[in-house]
Design a protein around this ligand. Structure first.
Ligand code: ZN
Length: 424
């Protein structure tokens, strides 16, 4: 697929202009009108017939220079002016978009990224650090282990909190506005990422997610994930893979003896530690970690050992021994922690993660980014009119090519950015 060069003014080729114009208009119109502008016909739209004049009475959101519009895109833009001129309440997006320049009339700029409502999940191993460390407002008294920052599943949906798309579910955005918001990514029924913050006050169960082939046999879904340690207590650790030479037989004996933990590869963690956990890798997060987790959108987890404890209901949680034994990669010995290559932390066909040090303003998206899911690790940043501190997540959609990230008050900040590879 051709990736259009991103530019702040439409000075590129006509092809490029048209591509941008279409995407951005669709983004804007959908937000403004709350319906698919493609379905409206010129005849249905009052005095602004196709090929008409863009009057001088247009709202002051553009430079005000009148001109003619002759193609469909121009006309659709005029419809917006029509609705606001007709005394209908201004489009919901009026404060969230602006139009820049005349030649740039087509270029609508998002004034802030998308913010989604977090979904807080009680977990037996959770705590309150989302509140004490990140200033989140948690349900009173609950032991919160997970905050789902971005999810598109049948049982859980992220909902937009701000701007013209407020109230929309992630699944609607993915289904109805994919190209404008998420760019040319691979097709899938649901948004393919699940983004969480984990507050692990106790060790999590030892588990595995099935590799693709095994997942088919077991009727589950594969799940690769990446953990980025945002904060760690002094004795924090994670478990990933097997110790050198551990065989399936030895593992089975240890399972019966309740001593599986002795065979796992332990890695001490500290702030900024990260590791990629592909499907099939045995893993557990130890206590003391506050983690940003990026994963495939899947919920197939086979729990092989739960440290002999009980769940929130006082009963032991179910184990999935057979499925686990089929899913574990038995030659996955002592995997190394992640090591950055420049800004790139994870380069995978499923997702890409970068770490950004923000000490000067920069574009939120690069020329090749389809979109970006950002999580703030340290410091605060300003993005358009919004400010984000530690623990905050936001999404810069494909069409918001104008948005820049700058350090708040000139103090450097650290973020991770996740995106999907662009489909070829
Ligand atoms: Zn997992």
């Amino acid at each position: 697929m051709h990736i259009a060069k991103r530019a702040h003014s439409p000075s590129g080729s006509e092809d490029h202009l048209d591509h941008r114009r279409r995407n951005i208009l669709a983004c804007f119109l959908t937000a403004a009108l709350g319906r698919d502008a493609e379905r409206d016909t010129p005849e249905a739209c009052g005095p602004w017939g196709k090929g008409g004049k863009l009057g001088t009475g247009c709202p002051a959101r553009h430079s005000g220079r009148p001109g003619s519009f002759s193609d469909w895109d121009d006309f659709r833009l005029a419809m917006i002016y029509d609705t606001s001129l007709a005394g209908i309440a201004p489009p919901a997006c009026a404060s969230s978009f602006k139009v820049v320049g005349w030649r740039d009339l087509y270029v609508m700029e998002l004034l802030e990224p998308l913010i989604f409502e977090p979904l807080y999940m009680e977990r037996v191993w959770g705590g309150r650090r989302l509140e004490s460390v990140f200033g989140r407002k948690l349900p009173t008294g609950a032991v919160i282990g997970e905050s789902w920052e971005l999810v598109d599943r049948l049982e859980a949906q992220s909902v937009v909190h701000n701007g013209p798309l407020r109230g929309k579910m992630l699944h609607e955005l993915w289904t109805d506005h994919r190209a404008e918001l998420f760019g040319g990514v691979r097709d899938s029924e649901r948004f393919p990422l699940l983004v969480k913050i984990l507050d692990c006050q106790e060790v999590l169960s030892v588990q595995v997610h099935p590799p693709a082939q095994t997942a088919k046999l077991l009727k589950g879904e594969p799940k690769s994930e990446m953990w980025y340690v945002a904060r760690a207590e002094p004795d924090a650790e994670i478990f990933a893979g097997l110790q050198n030479g551990v065989t399936k037989e030895r593992f089975l004996h240890a399972l019966e003896a309740g001593s599986v933990a002795d065979l796992l590869h332990r890695i001490p963690t500290q702030e900024d530690f990260f590791i990629f956990i592909p499907s099939g890798r045995l893993h557990a997060i130890g206590r003391g970690n506050l983690i940003f987790e990026i994963q495939q959108n899947s919920d197939t987890t086979y729990r092989v050992f739960d440290w002999n404890r009980t769940g929130l209901d006082g009963k032991p949680r179910a184990l999935h021994i057979d499925e686990s034994l089929q899913s574990i990669l038995w030659d996955d010995f002592e995997p190394a922690p992640g090591a950055p290559a420049g800004e790139r932390l994870v380069e995978d066909s499923l997702f890409q993660v970068n770490r950004l040090e923000i000490d000067a303003p920069r574009d939120a998206l690069t020329a090749v980014d389809a979109f970006g899911v950002f999580g703030v690790l340290r410091g605060s940043v300003r993005v358009g009119t919004a400010t984000f501190g530690p623990g905050a997540f936001f999404v810069v959609p494909h069409c918001a090519t104008n948005l820049r990230i700058e350090p708040e008050n000139g103090t450097p900040a650290r973020l991770i950015k996740t995106t999907l590879p662009v489909a070829c």
